[in-house]
Design a protein around this ligand. Structure first.
Ligand SMILES: *[C@@H]1O[C@H](CO)[C@@H](O)[C@H](O)[C@H]1NC(C)=O
Length: 124
């Protein structure tokens, strides 16, 4: 039992630590490079009613449902993402966020850029 609990904790820690890597793998496609469209399509998956705007409630709910961690800080993450400050997240914000993730401004986000910025923005 003890061993099982420890193994579960280790596995959970591993899964949690690799959330952003899994995410990158899923959305960057076979070229392992994330372009603006792929980046936007990830964030639009938070838009549960498909109206083009991610509301605060949709963001909190999806952040929790996806197990992205630090749920109690999701409201702060929402504010970080709301680059065009209008209390919704949409394509306008995702263009700005893409530039934040795209360190060298070449129009492509590599895994290293994604991980570095994800950790900086959304990890403790
Ligand atoms: C989405 O948000 C923008 C900016 O607040 C607003 O102008 C637009 O009407 C919203 N769209 C919908 C479908 O609610």
């Amino acid at each position: 039992m003890k061993v099982f609990i420890i193994a579960s904790a280790v596995l959970l820690g591993w899964v949690w630590a690799n959330v952003e890597e899994d995410l990158f793998r899923r959305y960057s496609g076979s070229d392992r490079i994330m372009d603006q469209n792929e980046f936007t399509s990830y964030w639009l998956h938070f838009d549960r009613d498909g109206d083009g705007n991610v509301t605060k409630a949709e963001f909190d709910r999806t952040w929790r449902a996806d197990g992205l961690g630090d749920e109690e800080r999701a409201p702060f993450f929402f504010l970080e993402m709301d680059r065009v400050a209008d209390e919704v997240l949409n394509k306008e914000d995702f263009v700005h966020m893409f530039h934040v993730f795209d360190e060298n401004g070449d129009g492509q986000i590599l895994q290293s850029e994604f991980t570095f910025n994800w950790k900086g923005l959304f990890d403790n």
